[in-house]
Write a protein that binds this ligand. Structure first.
Ligand code: RIB
Length: 297
């Protein structure tokens, strides 16, 4: 299994359940409130670790109770947290999540996640050297994502980018990405809404974009530019928060396998993750993933 270096966000998810989403200016009564560990970076780190990867995390938390709790939880998962920095005077990132059925709407306040600095990455140079694969998302400053991409290249390591939440990305950054994992909407945003049809974009970057497509599963173009499709695994969804993160953590964990196999394993892991509440609660272990796939073979 791969040695995975994750650079990304660490959030506390504040989750309410409601019969429906409120409209602008409207108040609705909710049914329950829970807190769950989250953040796209931390979620992807946990997903990769549960699937058997060696995982090191670089990120920031605030000097508050959430920061302590989230760092301890990552360490309890077996993730190397030496490079998680506690930033004085800043609050830990939070995500307020409203769940209605299995759908969610999320507002993220980055807090300490935006205190991640180039100096912190410099101090973790050894982690880049040790990694087989480097995995990043966009809940940290874009300038830092650029530095991560350059460091991964300098160390000759594959750089995986989950472009979420999506913003327009420079050609220089896109050229440094070994594999990007957008959904269809994110793919358009990344290319400034100017990428034509998604099939053509995938074909123009063979094996370099693995696109999720909701209930349809995932798509990529193989080395010959032929589009390949991995169907989704149907499951009873309880909470879809973190499904994309599980998909990405799995890609990193299984890096080195053929792309079609990576897509199959990542789709299966993502499907399993939605069967429980909370971003990380349903993330499968390697054994759970294998038995899920065995039952469906
Ligand atoms: O991808 C899901 C995650 O997005 C949540 O855990 C939340 O923290 C937001 O970062």
């Amino acid at each position: 299994m791969a040695r995975v270096l994750v650079i990304g966000s660490i959030n506390m998810d504040l989750v309410v359940n409601a019969a429906r989403f409120p409209g602008p200016g409207e108040t609705v009564l909710g049914q329950s409130f829970s807190t769950f560990p989250g953040g796209k970076g931390a979620n992807q780190a946990v997903a990769a670790k549960r699937l058997g990867a060696d995982v090191t995390m670089i990120g920031c938390v605030g000097d508050d109770a959430f920061g302590t709790q989230l760092t301890e939880q990552l360490a309890n998962e077996g993730i190397d947290t030496r490079f998680v920095r506690r930033v004085p005077g800043v609050s830990t990132g939070v995500a307020t999540i409203t769940l209605s059925g299995a759908e969610n709407s999320i507002v993220v306040v980055p807090g300490a996640n935006h205190a991640l600095t180039e100096a912190q990455l410099d101090a973790a140079e050894a982690a880049f050297a040790d990694a087989d694969v480097v995995l990043c998302q966009l809940e940290i400053p874009l300038a830092i994502v650029d530095v991560v991409a350059r460091k991964a290249a300098a160390h000759g390591k594959p750089f995986l980018l989950n472009p979420a939440p999506a913003v327009v990305l420079s050609d220089e950054l896109l050229d440094r990405v070994t594999l990007m994992t957008p959904n269809e909407h994110e793919l358009a945003l990344v290319y400034a809404g100017d990428c034509g049809d998604w099939q053509a974009t995938l074909r123009s970057r063979p094996q370099r974009i693995l696109m999720t497509h909701g209930a349809e599963g995932a798509w990529f173009a193989d080395a010959d530019g032929q589009l390949r499709h991995q169907p989704a695994f149907p499951v009873e969804a309880v909470d879809t928060t973190g499904a994309g993160d599980t998909f990405n953590g799995a890609i990193a964990a299984f890096w080195g396998l053929p792309m079609a196999e990576i897509a199959r394993l990542a789709c299966a892991a993502g499907a399993l993750s939605v069967t429980r509440s909370g971003a990380q609660s349903g993330m499968p272990t390697r054994a759970q993933l294998e038995s899920f796939l065995f039952e469906r073979s």
